[in-house]
Design a protein around this ligand. Structure first.
Ligand code: MN
Ligand code: MN
Length: 303
């Protein structure tokens, strides 16, 4: 990675960490509107001179891929376990990070949250060129088990490339026997999802998060409008709320449906734990070298 790219990663990471913490602090107060916090995060990223890659969240058994719609009325409630996942980019160089809060003064899920932090810390300690991926997975899983939990086996961390959230290599959250070795200079995100459930997720409910898969012929004017609006994202995710605000709820849904049907846009439905287990997630982005450069760490992060 050249110096200029590294600077972009470091800068994006600083913004991502700051906005993640500010958003988490808001969500941790009972009665906070999910939609307002996600709006705040997007605005805050731009205020800090970053570009929005995404601002997403997950409530309780939902691990990932949720972004409130314009008319979403949900607010945080005492005892809720909320994940906030913030992506910031500069020129496509992405910082991906997440944390979990338990709302209010409830401490019921303190250990679950701790287990995910421990898992992330333990995996980061192992990061160096040549480290096989299964080792990172095993470290995460054993930290989860040490506190009586398990990791979500069908969710994983990932390599990151310019404008690509998932660079093609998955970083497992358990020992999946993958002998692939980390390479110097790889940009990776490690994200142990830890649960008190069975440790598997599946899609649940309506998709609010989308990405462009490929560009091809578009028939209806609604679909064309939506496509032209999301194209500048260069493959980064977008969400329903943005489209509803731009085009109105009906036209947005119509355009989006055609884009999905023709395979241009892929929908990402919320991912929920299959046994309705509560899920905690912590995530950092880093560059692999003998001592990894963890570039999404905030000074107040204890993980
Ligand atoms: Mn993330
Ligand atoms: Mn990630």
């Amino acid at each position: 990675m050249d110096k200029e790219t590294l600077q972009k990663c470091l800068h994006a990471g600083k913004i991502a960490a700051q906005v993640r913490r500010e958003g988490a602090l808001k969500l941790a107060k009972p009665g906070t509107s999910f939609r307002d916090v996600m709006d705040f995060c997007e605005k805050r990223i731009v205020e800090l001179y970053g570009e929005v890659a995404w601002a997403q969240m997950g409530l309780n058994d939902v691990a990932a891929h949720f972004c409130p719609e314009e008319d979403d009325q949900q607010v945080s409630k005492e005892g809720d376990v909320i994940k906030i996942d913030i992506g910031v980019h500069l020129d496509g160089w992405i910082a991906d990070n997440a944390m979990t809060v338990e709302v209010g003064s409830s401490k019921k899920y303190k250990d679950l949250i701790k287990a995910s932090q421990n898992a992330l810390k333990a995996a980061i300690k192992l990061v160096r060129p040549g480290c096989p991926l299964w080792e990172l997975g095993e470290a995460q899983h054993s930290e989860a088990e040490a506190l009586g939990f398990t990791t979500v086996r069908n969710l994983s961390g990932h390599t990151i490339e310019q404008y690509k959230v998932h660079g093609g290599v998955s970083i497992p959250t358990f020992n999946n026997k993958d002998k692939t070795e980390l390479q110097a200079g790889w940009q990776i995100a490690i994200e142990p999802f830890v649960t008190d459930g069975q440790g598997m997720i599946r899609e649940k409910g309506k998709a609010t998060v989308f990405m462009v898969e490929k560009e091809k012929g578009i028939r209806s004017p609604y679909a064309r409008k939506v496509f032209d609006f999301v194209k500048p994202r260069q493959g980064l995710p977008f969400h329903l709320r943005q489209l509803s605000r731009q085009f109105g709820k009906g036209p947005a849904a119509l355009g989006l449906r055609e884009l999905q049907q023709s395979g241009i846009v892929k929908a990402y439905a919320p991912l929920a734990e299959i046994s309705q287990g509560i899920v905690a997630q912590f995530e950092h982005s880093m560059i692999v070298q003998d001592k990894p450069v963890v570039y999404t760490r905030h000074k107040d992060d204890e993980w």
